[in-house]
Design a protein. Structure first.
Ligand code: FES
Ligand code: FES
Lengths: 208, 752
């Protein structure tokens, strides 16, 4: 899928271990693990503290500096939606499979359900709420409106983020490159032809 | 007025899980059966009740009213008591301070089960007499005596698999206690069904329950009946605990618990004359209903109505058997049983053509239904566009040339083979339960000239809101920016029919149009007074300006509304629409249940890699009957999206259950839905010209479901490609035709 969401600080394996041992919160991530036996860790066990305790986190979200405290197993999308009330980012699978939760991390698109909030430490996150320039829609947003690149709108924030990342990396994509760049984002309404149109139109606008 | 679409791209749009919650909101988690069929011997809630953060655990004992949520047939309990009949059947509801705590507590509930036999196959259920209701037979002519007059008779078996809706927004509800009852924010296609079912379960009157629907993140039928239970559960908890309660399903639970498109297994027999006229068709559908009726019987009926697709067949007998199995109750999904019926007749024709040694499109074309024919269940054909769309498609895309290109390609290539198929469709519009074909609208014109519109329609991506805005803006002749569509709310619009059966824009658009016309009439009287005109008939509004006998006056919309208000004119209207002239006699199974039919023809080309079994969709060229489209961009999007889902159903979307009824394809990595690469390289959708439709607002036609059925053609295109690789291929009709199935069929000698 050409994504780079796994290489941030924690390996996927470590991540599973952490999320799994804590049980708390793990159900959202790995429902099957919700039932796993929980190791009884004492309160001052460092791993337990990391998982459940308040870990300082500072990052920038949509240009604003945020200083907060999170549990070790809080995912980035939980931070965005539940702590910061940025509900524009959607969760459809919570399992790194659909792209609905796509956000930009230092300009690269990542699945925010599939990485820990703490892995965004010191980084800059952009969500769909951060794309507008004042009252002005971004070119990608405009193109999605113009070309009707959506139906129910649930996948749309993710699509718009993926398109934004794609065009910043490759301002002159071919149709095939658009497909590749957008292939990590499902749209169950099947708006794909118009999504492709939207991205190509945005590219045109950006280049003119 | 900011449009929905603008809110979607900026992240402002809210879905149920995005709503800010009130202080004191609790979270609910469903504890459900892990067995497909078992007796419940004992349940121990003790340690779950002590679990951190738990507010309560509700069971059947906590229901003040009826422990029953069945709609058409009352066979489905809200909470199981003594027996469970599918994995995912609700047993108890855990309510806690957080989702995590609710889920953790539910893991501490211990149930002792005694296993009972599990049935997942509809034919096996039939053998065992496990039926949802007695078989239903639709017939026209006399099949039994027709066989002897046929030159060719072909019989066979056809299977089609289920399909997971995978609406990206999972099932969700938020219930809030109010002074007088409850307010429910639900992601449902059927606000009134939610309201009625809650009323029944809580034993309080419907007027104490307000259901509000802002929008859905996809529905596709999956939230027609199956959104109800989540709303009821959250309502029960909110009512009992007097606290707001939210219930949002995780994807995995949603996949596991909720019903899907019905799998069907069917037997057909088709008889034709030498020159390719279909003389007789007999078909028996074994529908896999799952554990409870849900909408299965209505869905099965639509299968029967569409058993002959767009073909005129003098003798037809179609039998529908709804079989009870130990799977989650299957439910509505775009097409509502129609696609399952149409796949079988297309398979029958495909097989017959093979036996007769001719191209199937010759048979298809020869039998297209036309005006003055009769659909075999008794509906006279009017305004048929089957021939017209076929011919138009041929003119535009050149059928012979496409077929020839495929033949040439196949002569020159060994490993890669192309396949071609035509898929013509005819899909009936109206709820087949005639009483559901009603809608109302409430239109307010405010003193500043802005307009608010409420209807029963639920927006779920199909663009119904935009279409109703279009209807109101055309009727008043005012800017769309002045018009706002309100949420779908049972206190503003009572007794709503589900937004389903593709009828949302027709029914609600017509109701909104009548409401606007009512107000317009009153406004014209005021305008006549203002302009000292004698006859309000001679007045019209164009582009927000009043015209008198075709001459523009200086009276504009804003002034007109002001004048109307000051002279005490009613600027609101509540209007009602019911589809005229439809009926169906359920004793005789004869009637005219549809307001009209939607037609179209698609030409489909695919390429199969006969070494690997994989394929790609080269092109889908369609001429579709949109009527006079209300909104071309939305209609095109609907057609493209429906096509994608149809292709998905026929090719890649495969539900896998183990023998004990457990869903194995329970993630997006094991259940494959169309991604951006599944879009055919070339999709051309042309609007059929000159199609009129007196039942649709401004002559438009319904769009949601019909184009789904174009996807069926992909199955046959793939099969045809395989056949040119291996002329001895044993034809099989068992959708989805996954790459795995293609490969195994091409190399039958290879054992796996
Ligand atoms: S919600 Fe994150 S990938 Fe699906
Ligand atoms: S617009 Fe509905 S899922 Fe993409």
């Amino acid at each position: 899928m050409g994504r780079n969401s796994k290489s941030k600080g924690l390996s996927r394996r470590q991540f599973i271990t952490r999320a799994g041992t804590g049980a708390v919160g793990s159900y959202v991530l790995f429902p099957a693990l919700g039932k796993a036996e929980t190791k009884n860790l004492s309160d001052n066990d460092p791993q337990q503290k990391y998982l459940l305790g308040d870990n300082p986190l500072s990052l920038s979200v949509n240009g604003k500096n945020i200083k907060t405290k999170v549990r070790g197993n809080t995912t980035l999308v939980e931070l965005l939606r539940d702590h910061l009330n940025l509900t524009g980012t959607k969760v459809a699978c919570n399992n790194g499979e659909c792209g609905s939760c796509s956000v930009l991390l230092d300009g690269k698109v990542v699945y925010s359900c599939h990485m820990l909030a703490l892995d965004a430490q010191g980084k800059s996150v952009t969500t769909v709420e951060g794309l507008m320039d004042g009252n002005k829609l971004s070119v990608v947003q405009q193109a999605f409106i113009e070309k009707d690149g959506l139906q129910c709108g649930f996948c749309t924030p993710g699509q718009v983020m993926a398109a934004t990342a794609l065009l910043s990396k490759n301002p002159h994509p071919t149709k095939d490159e658009v497909k590749e760049g957008m292939s990590g984002n499902f749209c169950r309404c099947g708006a794909y032809p118009k999504i492709i149109d939207s991205v190509l139109t945005a590219a045109e606008k950006l280049n003119s | 007025m900011k449009r929905d679409i603008e809110n979607h791209v900026t992240g402002i749009s809210k879905f149920v899980d995005d709503f800010p919650t009130l202080d004191g909101t609790l979270e609910a988690y469903l504890f459900y059966s892990e067995k497909a069929h078992a007796e419940i011997l004992n349940i121990d809630y003790a340690s779950a009740l002590k679990s951190e953060g738990v507010a309560d655990i509700l069971t059947a004992n906590d229901i003040p009213g009826e422990n029953q949520i069945g709609g058409i047939i009352k066979d489905e309990m809200l909470f199981a008591e003594h027996e469970v009949e599918f994995i995912g059947e609700p047993i108890a509801l855990v309510i806690a301070d957080t989702k995590e705590n609710a889920k953790k507590a539910s893991n501490k509930i211990v149930v002792e089960y005694k296993d009972l036999p599990v049935v997942t196959d509809p034919r096996e259920a039939y053998e065992k007499g496990l039926l949802i209701r007695p078989p239903q037979i639709f017939s026209g002519g006399d099949v039994d005596s027709a066989w002897s007059g046929c030159d060719v008779v072909v019989e066979g078996k056809v299977d089609s698999g289920g399909q997971e809706h995978l609406y990206l927004e999972t099932q969700a509800s938020y219930a809030v206690p109010t002074d007088s009852g409850l307010k429910i924010y639900s992601s449902t296609q059927s606000p009134t069904v939610v309201q009625r079912t809650i009323s029944n379960v809580l034993n309080i009157p419907m007027h104490r329950i307000e259901v509000d629907v802002l929008r859905l993140g996809g529905g596709f039928g999956g939230k027609e009946d199956q959104a109800t239970i989540w709303a009821v559960l959250s309502a029960l908890a909110a009512y009992k605990l007097n606290r707001p309660v939210k219930l949002v399903l995780s994807r995995m639970d949603d996949l596991k618990i909720t019903g899907k498109r019905h799998p069907y297994s069917s037997d057909y027999k088709i008889g034709l004359s030498k020159d390719g006229k279909i003389l007789a068709y007999e078909v028996t559908f074994y529908q896999n209903a799952g554990a409870f009726a849900d909408l299965s019987t209505a869905i099965l009926e639509r299968t029967l109505f569409h058993a002959a697709n767009c073909y005129a067949i003098p003798n037809v007998k179609a039998t529908g058997i709804s079989c009870k199995t130990n799977l989650p109750p299957n439910t509505a999904f775009r097409g509502f049983g129609g696609p399952q019926g149409m796949f079988v007749i297309e398979a029958a024709l495909h097989k017959a053509a093979d036996v007769m040694g001719i191209d199937v499109d010759i048979l298809q074309q020869k039998n297209l239904i036309a005006d003055n024919d009769v659909y075999f269940y008794g509906q006279k054909v009017e305004n048929a566009q089957a021939v017209n769309s076929w011919q138009t498609a041929d003119e535009k895309f050149n059928l012979d040339k496409l077929k020839k290109e495929v033949r040439n390609f196949n002569e020159q290539n060994e490993r890669f083979k192309k396949g071609f198929a035509v898929m013509p469709i005819s899909f009936g519009i109206s709820f087949t339960n005639s009483f559901l074909n009603q809608a109302s609208a409430l239109v307010h014109v405010y003193t500043d000239g802005s307009v608010g519109v409420s209807t029963a329609a639920v927006e779920m991506g199909q663009g119904v809101n935009e279409k109703i805005i279009e209807v109101c803006s055309r009727t008043f002749s005012i800017s769309k920016n002045r018009i706002k569509i309100e949420t779908t709310n049972t206190t503003r619009i009572a007794n709503t029919s589900p937004t389903a059966a593709s009828t949302g824009a027709d029914l609600n658009g017509n109701a909104a149009k009548i409401a606007c016309d009512n107000i317009l009439e009153r406004l014209k009287i005021i305008a006549a007074q203002e302009l000292n005109a004698k006859d309000s008939e001679k007045l019209s509004i164009e582009n927000e300006q009043v015209y008198l006998e075709g001459q523009e006056t200086d009276l504009g919309w804003d002034e007109l509304i002001q004048a109307a208000y000051l002279s005490r004119t009613n600027l609101s209207s509540h209007a009602y629409y019911a589809t005229p002239d439809i009926y169906f006699d359920r004793d005789k199974n004869i009637g005219s249940p549809f307001a009209y039919h939607v037609y179209g023809t698609s030409f489909i080309t695919v390429t199969v890699d006969c070494l690997l079994g994989i394929y790609k969709f080269d092109s889908v060229k369609i001429v579709h009957d949109f009527g006079k489209s209300l909104h071309r961009l939305i209609d095109l999007g609907q057609a493209e999206g429906a096509l994608a889902q149809g292709i998905g159903w026929m090719t890649m979307e495969e539900l896998v259950q183990s023998a004990n009824g457990e869903l194995k394809s329970n993630t997006l990595s094991t259940y494959k839905i169309p991604d951006i690469y599944s879009v055919p390289d070339e999709v051309i959708i042309e609007f059929l010209e000159n199609s009129e439709n007196r039942f649709g607002p401004f002559n438009s036609k319904a769009i949601g479901e019909p184009p789904f059925m174009y996807g069926i053609g992909v199955y046959f295109a793939i099969l045809n490609a395989m056949k040119s690789f291996d002329p001895n291929l044993e034809l099989f009709y068992n959708a989805p035709i996954t790459p795995e199935k293609v490969l195994l069929a091409l190399y039958p000698e290879v054992k796996v």
